[in-house]
Design a binder for this molecule. Structure first.
Ligand code: P6P
Length: 338
């Protein structure tokens, strides 16, 4: 049984046997994500400083070319996963196509593929609002030792073997699941170690926070408009509170701790919504369900959606189970009545 203040490394070792694929590779994969998270965290936390320094031109005071942080984060996660020779393929929001790792090495017995949003919400960096990294892990479905194909990435979310996020906020946390619950680790920056601070995280079944960009209200489906009005009505434990950080990882993390619902629906401008299925919605949905929450597009469980392309978008409703089910009710009522 995990105990508070256990380090991430100790936790991985202790819980490795509980993971059905106990090859140790997944543990090494989580460890490589841990390393990349620390490197990116260092850079994110000095972003403001770098911006000030970088103001003297295109290079910073060390003469380094100033990189956009999401490009930097993308490079660090890809580099770490590649260098440790753990995965056979990577897909990223920052890469048009998937990346094949060591395909020329027929001895490449690596069986995992990773999909990442290296720095979600990066537009918030300039205003010092928390941002995050999201990752999703699958076992490949094509033969080991051959180059990965798109089929290895277009798997349903219910096939994920691990998923997690790093939130670069007032503190830096790594929250992940391997299908046996959700655990949160907080970084002690002084010594660069993640400690188990939030064991066995669970969404409260109900909540009083709804997170949606109401600036798009007039473009929402009628069911979402009706649900938002329901949240605002004086009745029972309502009105709810509206909280929207504009960073999925931050809104999700707060809702998981306090109870709440996050909604990024389809709009007339974006019929499939904005969020990406493979490296945003699927990993967050896996975590949500492992934490007794729920995630759907209003009609279909996110984890059951068959992906058709790497960067496809889906409407996303996720959070406390009873809140998601109420939003689905409004969505499905309108469909029936229209
Ligand atoms: P909007 C960030 O760009 C992101 O992908 C999520 O992290 C966030 O919840 C959403 O988009 C914000 O989008 O359109 O409300 O600014």
């Amino acid at each position: 049984m995990s105990q508070k203040n256990q380090t991430l490394g100790e936790f991985i070792i202790e819980n490795q046997t509980s993971f059905k694929y106990t090859s140790g590779e997944l543990s090494r994969l989580i460890n490589s994500i841990r390393l990349a998270a620390k490197v990116v965290n260092h850079e994110v936390n000095k972003a403001g400083l770098v911006d000030i320094i970088g103001a003297y031109g295109d290079t910073n005071i060390q003469g380094e070319e100033q990189q956009k942080l999401d490009v930097y984060a993308n490079e660090k996660f890809i580099q770490t996963l590649t260098n440790r020779n753990i995965v056979c393929g990577i897909a990223s929001e920052e890469e048009d196509d998937f990346i094949t790792i060591n395909s020329q090495d027929e001895n490449n017995q690596n069986k995992y593929v990773v999909l990442i949003d290296p720095l979600d919400g990066s537009s918030n960096i300039d205003v010092n609002v928390s941002v995050g990294t999201i990752f999703s892990v699958y076992r490949r479905v094509t033969p080991i030792g051959t180059p990965v194909t798109i089929d290895d990435f277009l798997q349903k979310g219910n096939q994920q073997v691990a998923a997690g996020y790093i939130i670069y906020g007032t503190s830096t946390m790594l929250v992940y699941t391997t299908g046996v619950g959700v655990n949160g680790f907080t970084l002690n920056p002084a010594i660069g170690t993640f400690y188990l601070s939030h064991p066995d995280m669970k969404f409260p079944k109900d909540g009083k926070i709804y997170s949606v960009n109401e600036g798009n209200y007039i473009h929402f489906p009628q069911g979402i408009k009706d649900y938002i009005k329901y949240c605002q009505m004086e009745e029972g434990n309502r009105p709810y509170t509206s909280r929207y950080i504009g960073s999925l990882v931050s809104d999700f993390h707060r809702n998981m701790i306090k109870g709440g619902i996050y909604i990024y629906p389809s709009t007339s401008k974006n019929p499939n919504g904005k969020l990406r299925l493979l490296y945003e919605c699927n990993p967050m949905a896996f975590i949500a369900e492992q934490a007794n929450g729920k995630a759907s597009d209003g009609f279909t469980r996110i984890l059951d959606i068959q992906p058709t392309e790497l960067h496809q978008r889906v409407p996303f409703i996720c959070g406390s189970k009873s809140m998601v089910e109420k939003a689905e009710e409004f969505m499905q009522q309108v469909t029936v009545s229209t």
